[in-house]
Design a protein. Structure first.
Length: 360
C-alpha cells in the first residue's frame, strides 16, 4: 500500500538476503519504525511479542525465519528445530503451521547446500502469493459490495473488527482489501472501526492504515457495534480470520462472535475474508481450535503515548485484580453469510470448503 505516497509492504527481505525487515507494529500509530531480523530467534521473538501479527503476516515472517536459519545451518535437525521454535510462538493462526510445513516440504528433499537459496525463493513465493490472494479477495469482495444498497442512501457503512488490513498480511489485507478495491473503483464506503480491546489493533492499526489510504472511517468502542446495527447504520460486517475449520466455523479475534450475533439479529450480512492459507480442513469444527491465552496485563493495563510523546502504560483495574485474556473466539458457521476467498465467495459449509480445498 502507499504510505506517505510511497509503496510499502509490511515486510521485505534485505537485498543481501541476510535479514528480514518488518514494521514494528507495537509502535504504530505513533511511529512507523522498521526492525531488522537476522536470525530465527529474532523472527520468533517478533512473532511472539507481536511486532508482526495477523495470520498471513505471521506465516510469511516464519517462512523468512527458516530462510535466515539456512544461512547458519541448513541441516535437517537444525531446520526442524528452527521450525519448532517458530511454530511454538503463537497457537491460533493456522497460517504459521501452513507456511512452516510448506517451507519444510520444499527444503528437506534438497541437498543442504542447495537449501539456502531455495529457502529465500520459497519465502518470496509465499509472500507474493499472499499479495495476489488478497488482491483477488479485494476484487471478489468489491463485486459483492456492489450488490448492496446503502441503508443511508449515500454510502456503504461497513464494520470491521481487529486489524485484517495490509498490516496483517504482506499487502492489501483480507477484510480491508474489498474496502481498498471499493475506494479505487470510486464506490463510496465508510468503515466503523472497532477499537478491539485488549490490544486495540483496530484503534492503533486499522484506523492508522485507513487514514493513510484516505478511507473515511470512525473509531468506535467495541460495545458500540450492536447499537449501530440496530439503528441501521451498518450495511455489512467484514472481518478476517485466523483459522477456519472444515465445517465453516470461523476463529478470529476475540469479540468477533458477538458482532456476528448482533449482525444476525439485525439482518446485517456478516462476511469473512479468508485466504486459503487460513483454511484448516484437518479440524472438523471450531471447538478444536487452540485459543491463545495472553497475559492478563493486556486487560488490566492500557498502552499509549503521554502528552510529551513518550510511551506509557497505565493501570485501569484494581491492584491485584484477576483477569483472563482469551485472544480469539469462534463464530459458528451458521452465523457466517459468506467467505470471501481468492477463488470467489463461498458458503461457510463443509461441502463448499472441501471443494475449495481441491487444487485449482
Ligand atoms: O492477535 P492478532 O493481532 O495477530 O490477531 C489478528 C486477527 O485476529 C485478524 O483479524 C486476523 O488475523 C485476520 S488477519 C488478515
Amino acid at each position: 500500500m502507499l504510505v506517505a505516497g510511497r509503496p510499502m509492504r509490511s515486510l521485505w527481505p534485505a537485498p543481501a538476503r541476510d535479514a528480514l525487515h518488518v514494521i514494528d507494529q507495537r509502535r504504530l500509530p505513533h511511529e512507523l519504525v522498521a526492525a531488522r531480523l537476522t536470525g530465527v530467534a529474532e523472527a520468533a521473538r517478533a512473532i511472539r511479542e507481536m511486532w508482526v501479527r495477523g495470520a498471513p503476516l505471521i506465516g510469511a515472517t516464519a517462512a523468512y525465519g527458516l530462510a535466515l536459519q539456512c544461512r547458519v545451518d541448513a541441516g535437517d535437525a537444525a531446520l526442524q528445530r528452527a521450525a519448532a521454535e517458530l511454530g511454538a510462538t503463537r497457537p491460533t493462526a493456522v497460517n504459521l503451521q501452513w507456511a512452516l510445513q510448506r517451507m519444510l516440504a520444499r527444503l528437506l528433499p534438497l541437498a543442504p547446500l542447495a537449501r539456502a537459496e531455495a529457502a529465500w525463493v520459497e519465502a518470496d513465493a509465499i509472500a507474493d502469493a499472499d499479495v495476489a490472494a488478497n488482491a483477488a479477495i479485494g476484487r471478489h469482495g468489491l463485486a459483492w459490495l456492489r450488490t448492496l444498497r446503502p441503508r443511508d442512501g449515500r454510502r456503504l457503512n461497513l464494520l470491521t473488527h481487529c486489524n485484517a488490513g495490509w498490516l496483517a498480511t504482506v499487502d492489501w489485507g483480507t477484510a480491508l482489501a474489498p474496502v481498498y478495491a471499493a475506494q479505487a473503483a470510486g464506490l463510496e464506503v465508510h468503515v466503523w472501526v472497532d477499537e478491539t480491546r485488549p490490544r486495540n489493533q483496530g484503534a492503533s492499526l486499522s484506523a492508522w492504515e485507513l487514514a493513510q489510504q484516505r478511507v473515511p472511517h470512525t473509531l468506535v468502542a467495541d460495545n458500540a457495534g450492536g447499537h449501530l446495527m440496530q439503528r441501521g447504520r451498518v450495511d455489512a460486517v467484514i472481518v478476517g480470520c485466523d483459522r477456519v475449520a472444515a465445517n465453516g466455523d470461523v476463529c478470529n479475534k476475540i469479540g468477533t462472535y458477538l458482532k456476528a450475533l448482533a449482525a444476525r439479529a439485525n439482518g446485517v450480512p456478516f462476511m469473512v475474508a479468508m485466504p486459503l492459507s487460513t483454511l484448516d480442513l484437518g479440524l472438523p469444527d471450531g471447538a478444536a481450535v487452540p485459543i491463545e491465552e495472553r497475559s492478563a496485563r493486556e486487560v488490566t493495563h492500557v498502552h499509549g503515548r503521554g502528552p510529551d510523546g513518550a510511551a506509557v502504560e497505565v493501570q485501569i483495574a484494581p491492584y491485584g485484580c484477576a483477569a483472563a485474556n482469551p485472544a480469539f473466539d469462534v463464530t459458528p458457521a451458521a452465523l457466517v453469510d459468506g467467505l470471501i476467498t481468492e477463488r470467489g465467495i463461498v458458503a461457510a459449509d463443509g461441502a463448499a470448503l472441501r471443494r475449495l480445498g481441491q487444487p485449482a
